[in-house]
Every structure is written in structure tokens, then in C-alpha cells.
Design a protein around this ligand. Structure first.
Ligand SMILES: [Zn+2]
Length: 219
């Protein structure tokens, strides 16, 4: 089993990278990792900047929310993280951040329009926007998160409307890379829509039918 210290170091590295890439400013956002083989996770406490995280910055809780280790209060979005670990066995880490382009583009769409093939393939599908009309997921909305992974079992990310992106991965760095890719995808969508206006031309994003046909052709 991967040592807890290794997971904490990987989380700190992912947090630094997300901050340095501009995915998160100030002290917002949170990230976590599953303790492999156990019904537990390691998560950033509430408050504190991604950039200041180190191997001592974390709390360990079970998937019911009981604190097992660490000081402070688990992130306000701990329920979201616990929900994902319970319903998605391939998610071993989660990065949640309030990145600019993902948040902006999500205001205007039910899913982030995807214009690049690599986004679809690396993210395992389409980036849905979950609009719950409040800042955080509460117990009555956890089923909406579960339904995203029922619709798209391989998808690596979604957006909480007016809030931020949620990316998962097999480890903290992969989750962070997926978060970067969501932001890149949203930036391309933003620029494509803006540039299209300037050019007097619109471009269609990659469609669900195309992706379904592509997957079928690979079977
Ligand atoms: Zn948040």
C-alpha cells in the first residue's frame, strides 16, 4: 500500500502545480486522495493556499466524514470528495479549483464545448456542468454527482456551475493534469467562440454522436 507520507507529498506537489499554473488563486480550492485499500481519504483542511501546502498540511478522514488525523476542519467540499470516492472506484485523487475559463464558459453551456480531440480522449468524455444553484454540494445533491459518473463512467472531470472545476485521476498529479486540461479546453472554447464572432463564422464542437461512433469503431 502506498505510504501516507507519499500521498501527502504527491498532494502538495499537485497543489503547487495547480497554483503555479494559475488554476487557483488565494486560499480557495481543495484537493484530496484516497487511501488505497481503505475507506479513507486525505484532504486539505479548510483555508490555506495551495501554494503553502506541504506534507504536513493534510487531514485524514473516513468516507463518512469522521476525522482520523490532523488539525482544523476538513475542506467545506469534503462531502463532494467522499461522494466521488464512493461512486467512482477509478478516482483515487480529486483536484477542485475555481479556474477562470472553466467557470466563465460554464456559465453559458450545459457542458464545456470541446473542439480538440485530445480533450475528449484524455478526459474520457464531455465536461458536464452541474448547476445546483448553491456554492457547495449538500446531501440532497450527491445523487447528481453520482449520475454524472453513471452517464459517463470514464469521465475525468465536471464543472460545478458558478463555482469551479472538479477533476479526478489515478493519483494527485494525474488529477491535477486533468484539471489543467479542463482549463485548456475551456480556454479553447472561449477563444473559438470569440474568434468565430470576429471572423463571422462559427465552428461546431465535437459531438456526442461522433464520439459514440468513434468508440464503437474501436471495439
Ligand atoms: Zn470550491
Amino acid at each position: 500500500m502506498k505510504q501516507l507520507l507519499t500521498i501527502k507529498r504527491e498532494l502538495a506537489l499537485a497543489a503547487h502545480r495547480a497554483y503555479q499554473r494559475g488554476l487557483q488563486v488565494g486560499n480557495g480550492g481543495n484537493l484530496s486522495a484516497r487511501v488505497l485499500g481503505k475507506e479513507e481519504m486525505i484532504i486539505k483542511p479548510s483555508g490555506g493556499s495551495f501554494m503553502d501546502c506541504d506534507e504536513n498540511s493534510w487531514m485524514r478522514t473516513d468516507l463518512e466524514g469522521n476525522v482520523l488525523e490532523g488539525d482544523g476542519k476538513p475542506s467545506g467540499e469534503a462531502l463532494l470528495h467522499r461522494t466521488i470516492y464512493k461512486c467512482n472506484p477509478s478516482a483515487n485523487a480529486i483536484v477542485h479549483c475555481h479556474s477562470t475559463y472553466a467557470n466563465t464558459v460554464a456559465l453559458f453551456h450545459d457542458e464545456i464545448p470541446t473542439y480538440n480531440y485530445h480533450s475528449i480522449f484524455k478526459l474520457g468524455g464531455f465536461i458536464e456542468v452541474l448547476n445546483i444553484n448553491k456554492p457547495g454540494v449538500t446531501p440532497s445533491e450527491t445523487h447528481l454527482v453520482e449520475e454524472i459518473f453513471e452517464r459517463q463512467p470514464n469521465v475525468k472531470a465536471f464543472i460545478l456551475g458558478r463555482h469551479g472545476l472538479v477533476a479526478v485521476g489515478k493519483d494527485p498529479l494525474e488529477a491535477e493534469h486533468n484539471a489543467e486540461l479542463v482549463e485548456e479546453t475551456a480556454m479553447v472554447a472561449y477563444l473559438t467562440e470569440m474568434y468565430g464572432k470576429q471572423m463571422g463564422e462559427t465552428k461546431e464542437p465535437i459531438g456526442h454522436d461522433w464520439y459514440a461512433e468513434y468508440l464503437a469503431s474501436k471495439k
